[in-house]
Design a protein around this ligand. Structure first.
Ligand SMILES: O=C(O)C(=O)C[C@@H](O)[C@H](O)[C@H](O)COP(=O)(O)O
Length: 344
């Protein structure tokens, strides 16, 4: 097991890559813990959870709402959870986002930790202290920055994931390579088959390296005033596509990264050959690369993005593979560049 640390304003978070869920008891006091999980994880791992009260929520992005949050508050009241309680979010990104938000707001905040059970949650969603829910159909519109005490990433639980879910995790891994480490892209290229069959050593390296990149950025800029914006590479188009089509987050981010790389090339930053290479890597990991909706619809959805300030949007571009930069673009500029970018 390898440990990393995220230092944030609200405290530090220990990231435990390769730790087993069977050692959970070393990190919590079961008498004070309430587990928040979903029906799939409860079915698969209930026997391995410590004996604690458990709140089980449904599945899918549609339940990531304030209604679900309110239902969890009701159950916490029922369980007489108080300020000495501890919330353990056990599941994928949706469970972690909701559980972290509930823990951060119930009685003005309880301590919490995560067991991240999907590849996407291990490399991204559970790390960095962004906890929140969707509102009005728009992604993560209501939330807080608040670090979990710990995140456990147990590699063995990944074996039970559906293929489509695993591929979504690879989208965020590729993103970390694209913004911060070209050698990681080389590695992803060279070890594609082993990575896709979840070879333990290969995947553990990719999870560790992703978390290392993310932990460094978040420690520098927890509240996303500058450097952290780069972690949103591919997410401006990605969130728009996710809202418009309902396809899974990682798939939408894969398409969003292809579009952002093409935009970077159109703006004279990234070489066309590099944009094409990134697209090839994304496609090689079984992810879609063409937007299933037209540009006008995506731009309309982007107008509601959190990164918009007036008529400007902070857009993450690539200068080269492994190096990102954030530019303020007006919607007119974005439309002008994108209308000459091939999207089919
Ligand atoms: O942690 C971050 O910061 C990120 O932007 C990582 C993203 O991959 C992640 O999906 C994040 O939750 C998106 O945040 P949002 O603020 O754009 O909703």
């Amino acid at each position: 097991m390898k440990k990393l640390l995220v230092r944030g304003g609200s405290g530090s978070s220990q990231l435990l890559v390769g730790e087993s869920i069977d050692n959970l008891i070393a990190y919590i006091d079961p008498r004070r813990t309430v587990i928040v999980t979903d029906t799939t994880i409860e079915g698969l791992y209930r026997q391995r959870f410590p004996d604690c009260p458990t709140i089980t929520i449904g599945l899918g992005e549609k339940i990531k709402t304030l209604d679900t949050v309110a239902k969890i508050y009701d159950q916490l009241v029922e369980l007489e959870a108080d300020r000495s309680s501890f919330i353990l979010g056990t599941g994928g990104g949706i469970v972690c986002d909701i559980a972290g938000f509930v823990a951060s707001t119930y009685m003005r905040g309880l301590p919490f930790g995560f067991v991240a059970t999907t590849l996407l949650a291990q490399v991204d969603a559970s790390v960095g202290g962004k906890n929140g829910v969707n509102f009005g159909g728009y992604k993560n519109m209501v939330g807080v920055f608040n670090q979990p005490d710990f995140v456990i990433c147990d590699m063995t639980v990944l074996q039970s994931l559906p293929v489509r879910e695993i591929l979504c995790g690879f989208a965020e891994i590729i993103k970390h390579g694209a913004i911060a480490d070209e050698r990681m892209l080389d590695f992803l290229d060279a070890h594609q088959d082993d990575a896709l069959r979840l070879d333990k050593a290969i995947v553990e390296y990719l999870v560790y390296r992703s978390v290392e990149i993310k932990a460094k950025v978040v420690t520098q800029d927890e509240r996303e005033k500058g450097e952290r914006r780069k972690l949103n590479f591919g997410h401006t188009f990605g969130h728009a596509i996710e809202k418009l089509t309902g396809i899974p987050h990682g798939e939408a981010v894969g398409i969003g990264m292809v579009l952002a790389a093409k935009l970077s090339a159109k703006m004279g930053l990234l070489h066309d050959r590099e944009a094409a290479r990134l697209e090839r890597i994304i496609a090689g990991y079984g992810l879609p690369v063409r937007p299933p909706v037209d540009l006008a619809a995506m731009l309309a959805a982007i107008r509601k993005d959190k990164k918009r300030e007036g008529d400007l949007i902070h857009f993450v571009l690539l200068e080269t593979l492994g190096r990102a930069r954030v530019e303020e673009l007006s919607f007119d500029e974005l439309q002008a560049y994108m209308s000459s970018v091939a999207t089919n």
